[in-house]
Design a binder for this molecule. Structure first.
Ligand code: XUL
Ligand code: CO
Length: 442
């Protein structure tokens, strides 16, 4: 008997997760996520475009800086890298289909071990992507985005595209070329750059200007290569301020937009906003979404949540309806994602060690987002939220306010209009009223 027959299916105790409605007491059912249900003329599935992330769900064993991983991962069995990679892929597709989802996201190193060197790694990627093509067709599952892991291997300790040593930059280029080839072969809809080590630990040994120029040059090369090889999807940059480096160049959405604009990359690149990265940058998730949406660059999101007491990237599954409702209001108002979706960049807690825990985590996150979508839609259609927001700026809709917006007034005109200032009124921002409004609809 080979390992495959012995262990499959991996999630024996769980069947297909179905929508059973809010009154169901089945923990292995959706209460709110009903993929085919229409919201504003579009199915929930098309609004939310959920993806399972390969790294947390099938590679992460729960290890942390203080201890090795307690999580059993039966799919890690196998005598060769190829066999192990196939087993892991079987587990991944079993899981994604049982959740009834359409997408997954991966790093190159998630789907097969690197091996001896980059040439060997390239061959292994060709092998496992052949298998992925079969699995995708069989399960009707697609790639939301692919990426290259340019941060785990020690060769990248000083950065990848921003490494002060050109030889490492070239190696990163080879790895990204292979990851792009794999993504294109699997009809991946997008490609992500998260610059984990593109930044510095100390400014004392860093020529920041030169490193950022190298990053831009590298992104242009990757984009040109992908476009020349038939990739029509969107590239995403995923901002994060720090961790693992002290300072990351893709600090937050505003910083990344400035960078993309400076280096003429805005036509091809949009943003992938991650909740816990936003809060590490001392912003709310909603703030980062709004900054991206205002620039017409809200590409995708990495869904998770941080911990209010811990300062690091805890990558917990999302559960907070109040926060998610605010996020969905922005996403709906932006007309949805530009090419992307909702990738669960979230991991189980170290002590969640049952195979079923992976289901509870995803079901919870999926239902929380579905519920937030329904609530946000109700707020948008039934409440006075948007009219109130709009009316706050109504003095700019006509007369002198409209002249101001249209650039028809000078500073002297403003002084003349205000006169002695005696006609100014106090107008409440009504923050608490709006906070209660959100709660009312939850
Ligand atoms: C790390 C992180 C990454 C990216 C992909 O904080 O979010 O997993 O999403 O490299
Ligand atoms: Co992420």
């Amino acid at each position: 008997m080979n390992t495959l027959e012995k262990t499959q299916p991996y999630f024996k105790n769980v069947g297909k997760i179905k929508f059973e409605g809010p009154d169901s007491d089945n923990p292995f059912a959706y209460r709110y996520y009903n993929g085919q249900q229409l919201v504003r003329g579009k199915t929930m599935e098309d609004h939310l475009r959920f993806a399972v992330s390969y790294w947390h769900s099938f590679c992460g064993d729960g290890s942390d800086p203080f201890g090795w991983g307690p999580r059993p991962m039966p799919w890690n069995e196998g005598n060769t890298a190829e066999e192990r990679a196939k087993n892991k892929m079987d587990a991944a597709f079993e899981f994604i289909s049982k959740l009834g989802l359409t997408y997954y996201c991966f790093h190159d190193v998630d789907i097969i071990d690197e091996g001896e060197n980059i040439l060997e790694f390239g061959k292994r990627l060709e092998f496992i992507s052949d298998y992925a093509l079969e699995k995708q067709a069989e399960h009707k599952v697609k790639v939301l985005w692919g990426t290259a892991n340019l941060f785990s291997h020690p060769r990248y300790m000083n950065g990848a595209a921003t490494n002060p040593d050109f030889n490492v930059v070239a190696h990163a280029g080879a790895q990204v070329r292979n990851a792009l080839d794999t993504t294109i072969k699997l009809s991946g809809e997008n490609y992500v750059f998260w610059g984990g080590r593109e930044g510095y630990m100390s400014l004392l040994n860093t020529d920041m200007k030169r490193e950022k120029e190298h990053l831009a040059r590298f992104l242009h090369m990757a984009k040109d290569y992908a476009r020349n090889n038939g990739f029509e999807g969107t590239f995403f940059i995923e901002p994060k301020p720090a961790e693992p480096t002290k300072h990351q160049y893709d600090y937050d959405a505003s910083t990344v937009l400035g960078f993309l604009r400076e280096f003429n990359l805005l036509d091809d690149f949009k943003l992938n906003i991650e909740v816990n990265h936003a809060t590490l940058a001392l912003h709310t998730f909603e703030h980062e979404l709004q900054v991206s949406a205002d620039a017409n660059a809200l590409g995708s999101i990495d869904a998770n949540r941080g911990d209010y007491q811990n300062g690091w990237d805890t990558d917990q599954f999302p559960v907070d309806l109040y926060e998610l409702t605010q996020a969905m209001l922005i996403i709906l108002n932006a007309g949805g994602f530009q090419g992307g979706g909702i990738n669960f960049d979230a991991k189980l807690r170290r002590n969640s060690t049952d195979l079923e825990d992976l289901f509870h985590a995803h079901i919870g996150g999926i239902d929380a987002f579905a519920r937030a979508l329904l609530i946000a839609d109700k707020i948008a259609t039934d409440s006075d939220y948007y009219p109130l927001l709009k009316s706050r700026y109504s003095t700019f809709d006509e007369g002198k306010g409209a002249d101001f917006e249209n650039g028809k007034l000078s500073l002297e005109d403003l002084a003349e209009i205000t006169g002695d200032g005696s006609h100014l009124q106090q107008i409440s921002g009504r923050q608490e009223y709006l906070e209660n409004l959100i709660n009312r609809y939850i």
